[in-house]
Design a protein around this ligand. Structure first.
Ligand code: BGC
Length: 789
């Protein structure tokens, strides 16, 4: 191992040595140098994880590997479900944890470290990040995805892609697109309206493609509008390449292709894994002329370009510093923990810490330095057997694993007592081999009796959160909730730490504990990170990247998930996550963006400027008003009251992180580019900015908004052309429309009566030949007048 990482665990590691000979070449010369057989071979994998070589160009194979939060490089039996072994690699926080850092620098640091491990393993492309929108908390793969919000998901994914590709390792943003459930994932057909598709589900992909140009995009298993994505021309060619300008290679998800010729024709470049039947099908289809030579040349050209990129960065001497990477994993995990509740119980005092007198002393204990540490008990199997990642193709074999119990004992003393409380690995704690849940619970409750502080580790097992299937509910196991009830009755103070890859319902008994930490999945350094936060060595600064609802039934997609008969309709439309909760003003357990700190922050002096060309510039002063250093996430939400189209009450459009010493204040800027204000116009078939008075709200969560300001934006919507099918209502909304209508109506009295007006204004004007007694010429003259502007 060669040390290669700077001491700051959040800064990205240094770059690899390059092999310049594999680098640049004229892409069209490359393609013409290939034989037809080579081209056909290049459209499919050589095996499970390798691309074919291009011998006539002197280019060897390259290797790809999962996965998003650490390398899953398989040297033995290969699979795409995380079943067989992989070489040891650092297990960083999965996307659910990384996203709750709301930190672009953390995403880049983690990705940079994974890239180093990839180079050391001879891997050229890492199959991630996963960036589908969390449409329902039930999606089994939510732990691999960033957020319910496309802005947050796009920003973090772009930082991740940059962080990795700057090291010479490619990414594969996945799963493009509309893969928001595991139920029937290989067949389900998604029925989604155009605005929702572009504004919610494609938006983050658009951000990452236009901003970071990932080397590859991985297409998903599902169908959209009746066509499997793997051969969906609209998605793979018209949107991805023609609208967004994607320059890289489109790879299939493993096993997504059932018709290679159709896929290549539609825009797919590489079928994975190897499939000799697909290759033969393509050979025959090309010979028949069913696949254009141009399409085959495109696909082969993309594969060659990827080989060149990968080989140029390959470095046989590459190595990485496992210890330094573990520190990066710990630091990311520290930032990921979200403090949901705290009545002052946290941070706990460390033995010998004079602050303990202030923080930890209470009834039944001696006031003094060791108050917390002495009366501390730890309960819950997850404290010693961490739940730190999800199951499936992203499963990493960690280089090491720290458990919270060990880390707590390292701080508070080896004699901190512990009881399992429930059995690990099963949803309800009942296995034949395990002691009964009653006896485990009774032992834990006895331990907690009279304790000054019981720290309880609850959560979900890997068996319920996995690739390949969705969850049935969002409940914590009943045995754990029972344990909590009983511990609360006997311990003086209860702190709960949760481990789960997607939201769980938090009943009042949980929300009512003295402190509640949502740990999500934290990777291999989660144990240390958790202990650091419990004892205040790290100040929690994570924020929720997904709303925690009161009940599953409240979630906007509830009635439309997961569909039936291999079809799902995204009936909630644009109202995903907080957009939906806010639209109906629903109570939630914890809102999107929420997270407490051991210090407090104030936001003031909001200043907002805007221009149609550049978008909105936001500035706000953030002050640390408490007595500890901390990190605040300033969140900027935008809305357009009175918009002509359906919109959520507010949408996240910008955020910034700022670290402040006690008493320090700083001016924080957030730029909202005009693209982020765009909405999709089905009529115009493209993105437009609606003109009007936009409201910008800044705050500490979607429901803790501290200041707001309004700005005018001119907008760029094309003026609609009025025709015989346009209505008086639409005509009057246009500048000059009222006058044009008035000149037509004269003193006809047609719209004089308000009742009449209400009924008539939605009648297409062409019908007024019969209904109003106008001639076609009169109507056309009025339309010409409006259309002249
Ligand atoms: C998953 C992908 C993964 C691929 C290769 C598929 O089952 O959906 O995310 O990259 O397998 O393991």
């Amino acid at each position: 191992m060669t040390p290669s990482t700077p001491s700051d665990p959040q800064s990205t590691p240094s770059g690899p040595r390059r092999n310049p000979s594999a680098r640049s070449a004229d892409p069209s010369a490359d393609v013409s140098a290939l034989s037809q057989e080579e081209k056909i071979a290049l459209t499919g994998g050589a095996d499970f994880w390798h691309l074919h070589a291009a011998p006539s160009l002197g280019l060897g194979q390259i290797q790809v590997s999962d996965g998003p939060h650490g390398l899953r490089q398989q040297s033995g039996a290969a699979d795409n479900l995380g079943l067989n072994d992989s070489v040891e690699a650092t297990c960083f926080p999965p996307a659910v944890g990384l996203a709750s850092t709301w930190s672009r620098s953390s995403a880049a640091a983690v990705a940079g470290a994974i890239a180093e491990e990839a180079l050391a393993g001879g891997v050229s492309v890492v199959l991630g990040p996963g960036m589908n929108i969390k449409r329902s908390p039930l999606c089994g793969r939510n732990f691999e995805y960033f957020s319910e919000d496309p802005h947050l998901a796009g920003e973090l994914a772009a930082a991740f892609v940059d962080g990795m590709q700057q090291r010479g390792v490619g990414t594969s943003v996945k799963h493009f697109a509309l893969n928001n459930q595991e139920t029937d994932r290989m067949r389900v057909d998604v029925d989604v309206d155009e605005r929702t598709m572009h504004e919610i589900y494609l938006r983050a992909f658009r951000t990452v493609v236009t901003r970071a140009q990932p080397w590859t995009v991985m297409c998903s298993y599902n169908s959209v509008d009746g066509t499997p994505v793997a051969r969906n021309r609209r998605l793979l060619t018209e949107i991805l390449r023609e609208q967004w300008g994607f320059e890289g290679l489109v790879v299939s998800d493993w096993g997504a292709v059932e018709d290679r010729p159709a896929s290549v024709q539609a825009g797919l470049d590489l079928q994975m894994p190897a499939d000799p039947f697909g290759e033969q099908d393509l050979r025959e289809a090309v010979a028949r002329g069913d696949v254009d030579q141009e399409a085959l040349d495109r696909a082969a050209g993309k594969a060659v370009a990827l080989l060149r990129r990968g080989l140029a960065a390959a470095d046989p001497d590459a190595a990485y510093d496992a210890e330094a990477h573990h520190r990066i994993a710990v630091e990311a995990a520290r930032r990921a923990l979200v403090l949901l509740e705290n009545d002052g119980t946290l941070p706990l005092a460390e033995p010998g810490d004079p602050a303990g007198a202030a923080v930890g002393a209470g009834a039944g204990t001696e006031a003094g330095a060791d108050a917390d540490a002495e009366g501390l008990v730890v309960i819950g199997d997850f404290a010693q057997t961490p739940r730190y990642q999800g199951a499936g193709s992203s499963h990493v074999n960690p280089t090491r694993l720290t458990d919270a119990l060990g880390a707590i004992r390292a701080i508070a003393g080896e004699d901190v007592p512990f009881a399992r409380g429930f059995a690990p690995g099963t949803t309800d704690g009942e296995t034949d081999a395990a002691p009964s849940s009653e006896s485990l619970r009774a032992e834990a409750v006895e331990l907690a009796r009279g304790a000054r502080t019981a720290v309880l580790f609850l959560g979900l097992g890997e068996d319920v959160e996995s690739e390949g299937f969705d969850r049935a509910d969002i409940e914590l196991p009943a045995v754990q909730l029972q344990l909590l009830e009983e511990v609360r009755e006997v311990a003086e103070r209860v702190v709960v730490v949760l481990s789960n890859g997607s939201v769980v319902r938090l009943p009042a008994s949980l929300r009512g504990v003295n402190a509640l930490l949502e740990g999500w999945l934290l990777g291999q350094g989660g144990g240390e990170a958790t202990a650091d936060v419990l004892f205040g060595r790290a100040n929690p600064s994570g924020r929720l990247a997904e709303t925690i609802p009161l009940r599953l039934e409240d979630t906007p997609s509830y009635l439309h998930f997961p569909g039936e008969d291999s079809r799902v309709r995204y009936g909630e439309g644009l109202f995903v996550g907080y957009r939906g909760f806010d639209a109906v003003d629903a109570e939630v357990a914890y809102p999107f963006g929420h997270g407490l700190s051991f210090t407090t922050f104030a936001q003031s002096d909001l200043a907002v400027t805007a221009s149609a060309a550049d978008g909105i510039e936001v500035e706000v002063t953030v002050e640390n008003t408490g007595d500890r250093a901390g990190r605040e996430i300033v969140q900027a939400y935008v809305s357009l009251p009175g918009s002509r189209v359906t919109r959520a009450p507010r949408e996240l459009k910008g955020f910034a992180e700022v670290e402040l010493a006690p008493g320090e204040s700083r001016r924080v800027g957030i730029s909202i580019p005009v693209e982020d204000l765009q909405i999709w116009s089905p009529a115009a078939g493209g993105w437009v900015v609606e003109g009007g008075t936009y409201r910008v709200e800044v705050g500490a969560s979607s429901r803790d908004l501290r200041a707001s300001a309004d700005v005018e934006i001119a907008g760029d919507e094309p003026r609609p052309v009025m025709t015989m099918t346009s209505t008086p209502l639409e005509i009057r909304a246009l500048p000059g429309g009222e006058e044009a209508l008035g000149s037509l109506l004269g003193d006809s009295g047609l719209f004089a009566d308000p009742e009449m007006l209400k009924m008539a204004e939605q009648i297409p004007v062409g019908r007024f030949t019969g209904l109003g007694g106008f001639s076609r010429e009169q109507l056309q003259e009025m339309l010409d007048r409006v259309n002249r502007g």
